[in-house]
Ligand binder design. Sequence first.
Ligand code: HGY
Ligand code: MN
Ligand code: MN
Ligand code: MN
Length: 419
Amino acid sequence: MSQKIQIDQNRLFAELTKLSSFTHVEPSPDGTAVTRVVFTPDDLEARAWLRGIAEAEGFTVRVDPVGNTFFRMEGTDPSLPAVATGSHADAIPHAGMYDGTVGVIGGLEAMRALKQAGIRPKRAIETILFTSEEPTRFGIGCLGSRLMSGTLSPEKADALKDADDRTLAEVRTAAGFAGDLADVKLAPGHYSAFVELHIEQGPLLERAGEQIGIVTSIAAPASYRFQIQGLGGHAGALLMPDRRDALCAASELILSIERHALTIGTIDSVATVGTCDVYPGAVNSVPSRVALMLDIRDTDPARRDAIMAAVRADIMEIQTKRGVAISESLVNADAPATSSAAIVDALEAICLREGMLYRKMVSRAYHDTLFMASVAPVSMIFIPCRGGVSHRPDEFSTAEDIARGTLLLAEVLAKVGSD
Ligand code: HGY
Ligand code: MN
Ligand code: MN
Ligand code: MN
């Protein structure tokens, strides 16, 4: 006879806190930050520690050639495809301790709670630790889930380079992840459902006093590299009329991107230039070259592309007016994802039964679920985060909110695991 599912809130929060200790420690002006870049010693320490938790529970562990790690609890019918949850444990520089990790620790806790309650669905349950959800090291997000879903070719992936000009192939092999990336791709129907638990990374739930977000769709992310080539020179001797200052041209490009995202007419369009590398980078030398990276997203990819077309028209003008050459290269341009109506309905039914205050909503952040959506029916569970803050050291979610989201996750895994 199975009992009520109990989430061990204290253990959950203690494990999240421990996980945050695997970090590249550096003084951070804004509080205790977490930095855990893929395949660094901190990432490998975190992976080993998570593996220890899973093995102590008797879960089996599988690691694929790019380091995606699968913690598995068997069901009663091994012939059936499993259901899965999971998220990421890598963290961008100076980040908080909840982005991604809530979904990994929460997944392990949901599995332990089901086991503890004597609930063994017919389908196996897996918690997936996805490799490199953040674009920090190799410039593209969701590396592990892109390869699992076949959205990124193994050849292109292995040729990606980090800031030290080291390829993914070199870095992953040195970190102990060998093998052919072609083996990462999942066979069709490998999972019958995938549900990710994640902090909202926005303010809507907290503002409305709601406890749960049921994600109905995920906005479509794209990223581009721009190189602006001007003419450098001496900051004193090169007179203004003779200049072709790459940084001034880049500034006009950045403001063009902001203007078109603001004026396209919807709140669903967002565009960010998050990195700007200036060459030669000396105070008394006119910038000759600038490299920018643009992150642009929208729930409607056509609108996202319309913004890019408007920016390209401005680029033509900037080049002529300033005598610079601006080149663009695409990093990724992904489609949006739509959640499975059946899983959304299951989540809603559990919220109503358990008295959880919820809303259905769009995810404006991307997640591994965006790519899992092409290989399985998906949805996501959001919990509030204080002030909607994320990707900052002051990112915070309460133990109660994390436990509630984990309970909902355990309940929905039991449900879809029995379908
Ligand atoms: O950028 C994102 O949306 C995710 O947090 N990596
Ligand atoms: Mn360390
Ligand atoms: Mn993130
Ligand atoms: Mn995340």
